[in-house]
Ligand binder design. Sequence first.
Ligand code: TYD
Ligand code: MG
Length: 455
Amino acid sequence: MANRQKTVYCCSECGEETSNWAGKCPSCGSWNTLVELKLDAPSAGRGGKKLPAPVKPKKVSELDMSAEIRFGTGIGELDRVLGGGAVIGSLVLVGGAPGIGKSTLLLQMCGSQELGCRILYVSGEESERQLKLRCMRLGIDSEDLYVLAETDLDKILSGIDALKPELVIIDSVQTIADAEISSAPGSITQVRECTMRLMRLAKEQGITIFVVGHVNKEGSIAGPKVLEHMVDCVLYFEGEHSTSFRILRAAKNRFGSTNEIGVFEMGQDGLKGVDNPSELLLSGRPENAPGTCVACVMEGSRPILAEVQALVSSAAYNASRRCNGLDYNRAAMLLAVLEKRGGLNVSGCDAYINVIGGLSLDEPAADLATVLAVASSFLDRPLGLDLAAVGEVGLSGEIRSVSMLNQRLAEISRLGFRRCVIPAHVRDEIKKPPELCLLPVKNVGEAIAAVLKRD
Ligand code: TYD
Ligand code: MG
């Protein structure tokens, strides 16, 4: 009998498929990432096969929209990241480092009163007893929540078939396996096949499925691109283990934007949404200390204030730079601009830059605050607790306009700041909050002179 299986090699980094094995992926150049996949080959003689009965595409204007397509998960921050609630029949992948709180988040979602539908929580990692203990700890006692401790995909599917839940949680995709596939659970073949079958179930029966995926050392979900292409929505749960602050971010969303973030705090009784992240991030700022300045970045439609700290000290040997929460190359560029255009001799100094709360600032609007924090540390003069700074720094030392300045100023004022350094040239008309004193500056030198003047 002809062999019906076709072998391809799939890169676990980029998802590229090739017919031959190679040590290096021809697409992304990663080494040792090609893994063997067995696919069912299409049967021979397909060209002569008859087409099925005519399929009629529908007009978009004729589609029925009367039924609700989204539902609230009962967790406001999660709804925000999903784009206003979960979409019925969608498959959402939730990735994150072990112990970050993925199971806690999804179990809390299952326990929320708002859902009001039948839910099945499948765990391949914990026993039923352990799940019960976790539910008790989180105070979850919902009559609609069913649990199943199982790793065999066929058994899970038959459980779903028997229970007919509207929402299913699979924790995690790396622990479940299709018995017909010989590869080990967690391998790219298993993960891909299992996700594919779950995806089919979601689409055919309109069941919303949340799948947990562990991330590898590099911080992406095992078999990342392969899975990301398949699912509707990819969320990453991030944060430092040492802090209680957690951020949920969408990396892909077929039904909404990927700009929004959800902010949580992990406490004794699980995760709590943080309505006011800036307040949390700014609590406990040191008074009268040099080397700290507050920046305002936009996370989706929400302005978030974060403290940038810098420590500059003369280098004993070669100058070293360390950066936490800020792109290293960006920080190096800002230090060079400060040296050349701001007249501060920082190149011979060690510089450490840190963003408080484990937040990462990848928006250029945080440049000015970073530059001022470094200058303040270098000159050993505090900027004052009532000062914030917003602006992008260019290579000539010029301070450039940023988007959504009015929203940022409103948030800065709301949190009690009284002075804000802003670019002198701005695109939109500024709506000045009444209690905020604006300090427009054209370049780095002016910014330093405006807030760190010598007496
Ligand atoms: P968990 O949800 O099990 O993480 P994941 O599923 O991502 O691996 O979270 C485990 C961590 O969360 C664990 O280190 C303890 C902490 N935690 C709390 O601090 N408070 C709580 O109420 C719970 C349930 C967990
Ligand atoms: Mg878990």
